[in-house]
Design a protein around this ligand. Structure first.
Ligand SMILES: Cc1ncc(COP(=O)(O)O)c(C=O)c1O
Length: 320
C-alpha cells in the first residue's frame, strides 16, 4: 500500500466518455491480491489478539475471499480451514487451485441453506480439537473488515490531493457490502465528495443497500463512526446481474477485452468484469459526461479468469 492510482487514457478514448482512472486493488499483494487483503488486515489483528491458531471462512468454489484468507493464514503461520459451498468440481483450477497450494483444509457444504449449520459444527469440532479457530465472516464483510476500506478511502484522498485530481464518481463491484460500506464511511470521514456507485454482481439492489447500511450502523455502534446515508441516497445498480452471480455474458466479456486490449489491464469475469461492464453501459447512456473524472476501483479477482478459460478463450465469439 498504497496501491497505484492510474489513468486509463486509451480506454477513455475508446469509450468517448469521461476521463477514467483505476485504483489498483488487484495489486494489494497477497497471493494475487484483491480487496479482501485490506479487510484481512483488521481480521488478523483480532485473530492474533485472541491467539487464534486457525482461520476459518466460507464462500463459493471460486471465492477470492477464501483464497486471500488462506494466504493470510499462511503468512501468519496459522492453519486455514475453508468451507466451500457447492459440489467439488472435476478440475481444480483458479482460486480453488490456489487454496490447495496455500495449504487450506478444504471442506464442502451442499448449499447456502446448510452453510451456517455446517460452519457452526466445523467451529465446534475445531474448538474441541484445540485448534483455536477464528471465524472470518462471509466476504470479510462486517464492521471489522469494512475498516480496510475506510482507510483505503483515506489513501485515495491523499493520492488525489497529490495528483491534484478531483474524482466525480467511484464505480466498484459490490456484493456482501464490506467494500462499499467502508468507502462510504471513509468518504464522510476524509471529505470525499464524489458519488460512490456500487454495481451488484448478484444480489438485488435493496439487499445490497441493506447489507451496506447495516455494516455502517454496526461500525457506528462499535467505533463511533459517522452515520451513513439514507437507503435512497446509497447508489447500487442491479441491472447488470443478467444470468446471475458468476454467469459470464457478453457484458463481462466485452469489458474484459476492452480493458485488456486498450490498457493491458486484466479484469475477472465475476466481479470486476461485471462492474466495468456496468460502467461502460452507464457511459454509453450518457450518465457521465466527458468532462468528468470517474474512478474504477479494481477489487481483484483475476485468478478466476482461468476457471472461465473454456468460455473466454479465442474460440469464443466476440460479443460486439
Ligand atoms: C474481486 C472482488 N470484487 C468485489 C467483491 C465484492 O466486495 P464486497 O463483498 O465487499 O461487497 C468481492 C467479494 O467477494 C471480490 O472477490
Amino acid at each position: 500500500m498504497p496501491t497505484p492510482l492510474e489513468p486509463l487514457p486509451r480506454l477513455s478514448d475508446a469509450l468517448g466518455g469521461p476521463r477514467l482512472w483505476v485504483k489498483r486493488d488487484d495489486l494489494t499483494g497477497l497471493a494475487f491480491g484483491g480487496n479482501k487483503v485490506r479487510k484481512l488486515e483488521f481480521f488478523m489483528a483480532e485473530a492474533l489478539g485472541e491467539e487464534a491458531r486457525t482461520l476459518v471462512t466460507t464462500g463459493f468454489v471460486q471465492s477470492n475471499h477464501v483464497r486471500q484468507t488462506a494466504a493470510a493464514a499462511a503468512r501468519y503461520g496459522m492453519a486455514s480451514v475453508i468451507l466451500l459451498i457447492g459440489d467439488p468440481p472435476q478440475k481444480e483450477t483458479g482460486n480453488l487451485l490456489l487454496d490447495r497450494l496455500l495449504g487450506a483444509d478444504v471442506r464442502w457444504t451442499s448449499s447456502v441453506r446448510r452453510r451456517d449449520t455446517d460452519l457452526e459444527a466445523l467451529m465446534d469440532g475445531l474448538r474441541a480439537d484445540g485448534a483455536r479457530p477464528y471465524l472470518v465472516p462471509h466476504g470479510g464483510s462486517n464492521e471489522v473488515g469494512a475498516m480496510g476500506y475506510v482507510l483505503a478511502m483515506a489513501e485515495l484522498v491523499d493520492q488525489l490531493r497529490v495528483a491534484d485530481v478531483q474524482i466525480d464518481a467511484i464505480v466498484t463491484a459490490t456484493s456482501s457490502g464490506g467494500t462499499q460500506s467502508g468507502l462510504v464511511i471513509g468518504a464522510s470521514l476524509y471529505g470525499f465528495a464524489g458519488e460512490i456507485v456500487g454495481i451488484s454482481v448478484g444480489p438485488e439492489a435493496d439487499e445490497v443497500r441493506s447489507r451496506v447500511l447495516s455494516i455502517i450502523s454496526a461500525a457506528g455502534d462499535r467505533w463511533g463512526l459517522p452515520a451513513g446515508p439514507s437507503p435512497s441516497e446509497l447508489v447500487v445498480h442491479d441491472d447488470y446481474v443478467n444470468g446471475g452471480y458468476g454467469v459470464l455474458t457478453g457484458l463481462e466479456r466485452e469489458a474484459i477485452q476492452l480493458a485488456a486490449q486498450h490498457e493491458g489491464l486484466m479484469l475477472d469475469p465475476v466481479y470486476t468484469g461485471r462492474a466495468m461492464g456496468g460502467l461502460i453501459d452507464l457511459i454509453r447512456k450518457g450518465v457521465f459526461t466527458d468532462r468528468q473524472n470517474v474512478l474504477f476501483w479494481h477489487t481483484g479477482g483475476t485468478p478466476a479468469l482461468f476457471a472461465y478459460a473454456d468460455r473466454l478463450g479465442a474460440s469464443e465469439e466476440d460479443p460486439t
